[in-house]
Design a binder for this molecule. Structure first.
Ligand SMILES: [Zn+2]
Length: 174
């Protein structure tokens, strides 16, 4: 039994330089749930001690917590990053379509939607006009991404952003 859910409308296929990726095999409407990430919830110390191949298929779900997939990754764990994503995070372990997705399109999300720790920084070659070239753990803090991904950020990051904005508007009033 797999730990994660992947919609029956997509499958894992080779994705060029990115290795494997998830591609739509049926048309998918905006808003549909695409994946649900499962596994083992680890604190930061446990997570940091894990081998890199496990860390790169994990998803950060809270300030100090990570959902780590099984040793042999499930199909859902193969979702790649894009700086021009067609999918986003709902709650903290669900992936949903941000836009209508056509057959053959690769399903990607922006790792800035969930990552705030430096375990998965990399040079990006997603080829989108908006590509940031280097994807880092600080990207969630970029105002343009916070605006663009409102409603698609992991709930712990959205809470963090909302708290920061509340603090800023309070400071402006004082
Ligand atoms: Zn990129």
């Amino acid at each position: 039994m797999s730990h994660s859910f992947l919609t029956a409308k997509a499958e894992v296929r080779p994705a060029g330089h990115k290795g494997m990726g998830i591609f739509a095999t049926s048309a998918i409407a905006a808003g549909e749930t695409l994946a649900g990430f499962g596994g083992t919830v680890c604190d930061k110390a446990t997570f940091s001690a894990m081998p890199e191949f496990r860390q790169i298929h994990a998803i950060q779900i809270d300030d100090e917590l990570y959902m780590v997939g099984p040793e042999v990754p499930d199909p859902a764990d193969m979702a790649n990053h894009s700086c021009e994503p067609n999918a986003g995070i709902v709650g903290n372990i669900l992936l949903a379509a941000m836009v209508d997705i056509a057959v053959g399109d690769e399903i990607c999300f922006d790792y800035a939607m969930c990552d705030a720790a430096d375990y998965d920084e990399f040079i990006c070659a997603c080829a989108a006009p908006t590509c940031r070239k280097v994807v880092t753990s600080a990207d969630w803090g970029r105002p343009e991404l916070q605006t663009r991904y409102r409603g698609w950020m992991s709930s712990y990051l959205q809470r963090r952003i909302d708290n920061m904005n509340t603090a800023t508007s309070r400071a402006e009033v004082e």
